[in-house]
Design a protein around this ligand. Structure first.
Ligand code: GLU
Length: 312
């Protein structure tokens, strides 16, 4: 599960983005990145590793801008590395994309894009979106995003920034969560409510199959391929600590109860139908897979405080 954060307003975007990402660290991640609209273009900083690594990079080479997006990645396609960290850009760096989830059909899309002259810089499934938006863009960013996602299958949340449309952020939800936070003259976007609570308690949940266009003054929501949606904001009455524990007395209790959903979200987008499991990152010959009789699931847990990495 990755974290998504977006900001459009009057304040410097980067501290808001980094604070939001930090509040979602409990979701787990292996890399992080931010992008802001700056001087008519888009500037990106990203890195494999902890958020503190990204913070150091941003301190060394600051980013100025009042519109931006941020991401913590949990790799599904392409190992954790600086290049594979989000945001991902189109060929000219005019469009950047962050994404939570899986684009199931990214391989044929990538092959088609390469054949049409696009240059890829990462091994992620996400990067196809940036290039598909680049191809579809004819002056209308939401329409280009809609055309791009219409070509994809999978389960995801996608957030897009364009240097050619610098006063808007466009987001699409297909299963993975996205929540808009309403401020005064500023609007926020996050994968989870705790990231929004330091700024606002007025939120709007983006539902499945919806596209949201954020400006400083509000959000316009529409159904993908359909009409406008009118949704009233709801008010969050609980505090950030309670929100993070989601009604449980302890984080460990919460995490134990989250296991079915975590497994479901991990497999989401890898089950094209109920007879097939698509593990396209696993490069094993079919005969070998057919001969398997037993499967162990092994997790690498970092125990830095005790004795270094351990297997369970
Ligand atoms: N599939 C994307 C990747 O591997 C997004 C993973 C995520 O949800 O963080 O980069």
């Amino acid at each position: 599960m990755c974290g998504i954060m977006g900001y459009i307003g009057e304040r410097p975007a980067v501290p808001v983005l980094l604070d939001g990402l930090r509040r979602m660290e409990y979701r787990g991640y292996d890399s992080a990145g931010v992008a802001v609209i700056s001087n008519g273009g888009i500037e990106v900083r990203k890195s494999a590793g902890k958020l503190s690594q990204l913070v150091k990079i941003v301190e060394r080479t600051p980013l100025n801008g009042v519109v931006g997006i941020g991401h913590t990645r949990w790799a599904t396609h392409g190992h954790p590395s600086d290049e594979n960290a989000h945001p991902h850009a189109d060929c000219h760096g005019r469009v950047v994309v962050i994404h939570n989830g899986i684009i199931e059909n990214f391989l044929p899309l990538k092959e088609g894009l390469i054949a049409r002259g696009h240059t890829f810089r990462s091994d992620t499934d996400t990067e196809v979106l940036a290039h598909l938006i680049e191809e579809a863009y004819q002056g209308d960013l939401p329409a280009a995003v809609e055309q791009a996602v219409a070509q994809t299958s999978g389960a995801y949340a996608v957030v897009v920034l364009s240097a050619d449309d610098p006063d808007r952020i466009v987001a699409v939800r297909r299963i993975s969560p996205l929540i808009v936070g309403l401020g005064r003259g500023e609007i926020f976007l996050a994968s989870d409510i705790p990231a929004l609570l330091p700024h606002t308690r007025e939120v709007i949940i983006i539902e499945d199959g919806e596209l949201a266009v954020l400006t400083r003054d509000g959000v316009a929501i529409s159904r993908i391929g359909g009409g406008r949606v009118d949704r009233r904001p709801m008010r969050i009455t609980w505090d950030a600590g309670t929100a993070e524990k989601d009604g449980h007395a302890h984080f460990m209790h919460k995490e134990i109860h989250e296991q079915p959903r975590a497994l479901q979200e991990t497999m989401m987008g890898r089950l094209p139908d109920d007879r097939e499991i698509a593990l396209d990152g696993v490069d094993l010959p079919p005969e070998l897979v057919r001969s398997l009789r037993k499967l162990w699931v092994e997790a690498l847990v970092e125990q830095t405080a005790i004795s270094g990495p351990a297997r369970v």
